[in-house]
Write a protein that binds this ligand. Structure first.
Ligand code: 5GP
Ligand code: MG
Length: 181
């Protein structure tokens, strides 16, 4: 059953599952046995992270980071980054796991902060790539799907805190965020 607020489903649960499994195989191939510290970006990245780590065959640790933009009146694109892992980043093979890359600003800021903690290696796994919107170049090592410039929800992505639990990625009906109709 598709939520009535969804205009159409872009990626079904089955398509996502297959793609995430393939990404995990690719990550396992490229790591050459080394332990991975998978660092999910809160909150949107939690569903992708949970599915991805359960597909990995080699050793993995899990942690989280949170990135928040400064409020009004500060320069746009400036981020505060909180690292919430209970273990060191230093010396680890870190895989940053994010739901979607849009302008690239958040991912760029997160990578800069994590790099400052001197990991042994730093790679990225991003489920959705909104290429057309990119403003800042970011290295994407593992990408799930290119997606069009539409407002997406589900599989971790929210609108006003809702829809994160949808098992698919869908385009939100305009009437939901434009009010009325
Ligand atoms: P960026 O810094 O790359 O512009 O922004 C990335 C963040 O913007 C994502 O982590 C996500 O929170 C948000 N974002 C970008 N596009 C979408 C979208 O289509 N739907 C939702 N729910 N969030 C989005
Ligand atoms: Mg995000």
């Amino acid at each position: 059953m598709v939520d009535p607020d969804i205009d159409h489903v872009l990626l079904s649960a089955g398509e996502i599952e297959a793609r995430v499994a393939a990404m995990a195989r690719d990550i396992d191939r490229r790591r050459e046995g080394a332990e991975i510290t998978a660092v999910g970006v809160l909150t949107g990245g939690f569903v992708f992270l949970a599915d991805l780590v359960r597909r990995l065959r080699g050793p993995v640790r899990v942690g989280f980071v949170r990135a928040a933009s400064y409020g009004e009146g500060t320069r746009p694109g400036e981020l505060t980054v909180e690292i919430l892992t209970d273990r060191e980043i230093e010396g680890r093979d870190v895989l940053l796991v994010e739901d979607i890359v849009d302008t690239g600003r958040s991912l760029a800021g997160l990578l800069r902060t994590l790099a400052g903690h001197r990991p042994r290696s730093l790679r990225t796994a991003v489920l959705l790539d909104k290429k057309a919107r990119r403003e800042v170049e970011v290295p994407l090592d593992h990408v799930g799907f290119p997606v069009p410039d539409e407002f997406l929800v589900g599989y971790g992505l929210d609108y006003a805190g809702r829809y994160r639990n949808l098992p698919y990625v869908g385009v939100l009906r305009r009437s939901v965020y434009e009010g009325g109709g």
